[in-house]
Design a protein around this ligand. Structure first.
Ligand SMILES: Nc1ncnc2c1ncn2[C@@H]1O[C@H](COP(=O)(O)OP(=O)(O)OP(=O)(O)O)[C@@H](O)[C@H]1O
Ligand SMILES: O=P(O)(O)OC[C@H]1O[C@H](OP(=O)(O)OP(=O)(O)O)[C@H](O)[C@@H]1O
Ligand SMILES: [Mg+2]
Length: 287
């Protein structure tokens, strides 16, 4: 059994921190707390966690100082094109967009030609504009980008948009969505064969956790004469389990359903005679 540990980078503090720790915890990996130490080991999995700035992580991966990381996909697109992109993790969903003041009469990207754009994502903007045959004057700043047009620093901005409230509060409107992002597992091109084996175990666990997060276990009672119709409404993992109830003419159906689909079919289930519908979360789902 290998003594090596997989070295994973997690954002020290910020938008990704809590969900990153949670996904590892749900995968049964407990980390001795104390991110002040900047380095911690798991008690029950060969994993060493390094708490780093999100923006610094691509360089650490490139250098092979860490083997994997949980990072915003947008950061990899900006400065980690050579880094291997693994599983999408389903949290920290956002867009990287271009925005202009509300009063700006925007018709197309051509309206930005020759203008000044403030951003923390210069490479992403450059690539996007180049593809559209536009050139702009980029003003690179690290934060509070949305304030730039209001203080006369730029005509437009490119930054992260999630709810859109920061844009709204600063009198801006989104005009182009350049990319969509979420947290992903990023893998160093220099990872050793030995550590790759630990990574495969981690990926297997993460996949099982992520499958479970988007699925629900559903139990319901159905009159036997409606069984066929009700089962057709419930696309399960393979096919649902059907058990007879003590009361004649009734059965209990058990299955797993994608939570997005569940609310869509609920009314149809009820109108076809389903009763006593129970929906339960699933902790882990191995497919
Ligand atoms: N408002 C938001 N909603 C959803 N996801 C977001 C939002 N803002 C940022 N993100 C995602 O979370 C990541 C980390 O953002 P955060 O603001 O915590 O750190 P940062 O300032 O970009 O990086 P660093 O850790 O280097 O300080 C971003 O790269 C992006 O993928
Ligand atoms: O569309 P919204 O929901 O308003 O989210 C977008 C804002 O969130 C992020 O900033 P954050 O709060 O992380 O601050 P930061 O600039 O200090 O990173 C991002 O840089 C935007 O400013
Ligand atoms: Mg931020």
């Amino acid at each position: 059994m290998s003594q090596q540990k997989l070295r994973i980078a997690v954002q020290k503090s910020g938008r990704l921190f809590e969900d990153s720790i949670k996904v590892l915890k749900d995968a049964g990996i407990s980390i001795d707390n104390g991110k002040e130490q900047l380095k911690a080991s798991s008690r029950n999995f060969p994993l060493e966690v390094m708490y780093l700035r999100n923006g610094d992580i691509p360089q650490y991966l490139r250098d092979g100082v860490v083997d994997v990381a949980i990072i915003g996909e947008n950061v990899l697109i900006e400065k980690g094109k050579d880094i291997i992109r693994g599983e999408k993790l389903g949290f920290s969903k956002c867009k990287v967009s271009l925005a202009v003041p509300k009063s700006f009469k925007y018709n197309s990207i051509n309206d930005l030609d020759g203008l000044k754009i403030a951003t923390s994502y210069p490479n992403t903007v450059k690539d996007y504009l180049q593809e559209k045959g536009i050139s702009a004057d980029l003003h690179i700043i690290n934060g509070s980008v949305e304030i730039a047009p209001n203080i006369g620093l730029a005509d437009a901005i490119c930054d992260i948009v999630s709810s859109g409230s920061t844009l709204f509060k600063n009198g801006l409107k989104e005009v182009e969505v350049m990319l969509k992002s979420e947290a992903v597992l990023a893998i160093s091109p220099k990872i050793s064969e030995e550590r790759k084996q630990i990574l495969e175990k981690l990926q297997f666990r993460l996949k099982s956790v992520l499958n479970a997060r988007t699925s629900k276990y559903i139990l319901l009672n159905a009159p036997d004469d409606k069984l066929e119709k009700i089962i057709s409404l419930l696309p399960g993992m393979r096919s649902p389990t059907v058990l007879p109830l003590a009361e004649k003419g009734w059965s209990s159906i058990h299955t797993v359903i994608n939570e997005d689909r569940f609310w869509e079919v609920l009314d149809e289930l009820k109108s076809n005679g389903a009763e006593g519908i129970l929906v339960a979360p699933i902790e882990t789902m191995v497919l």
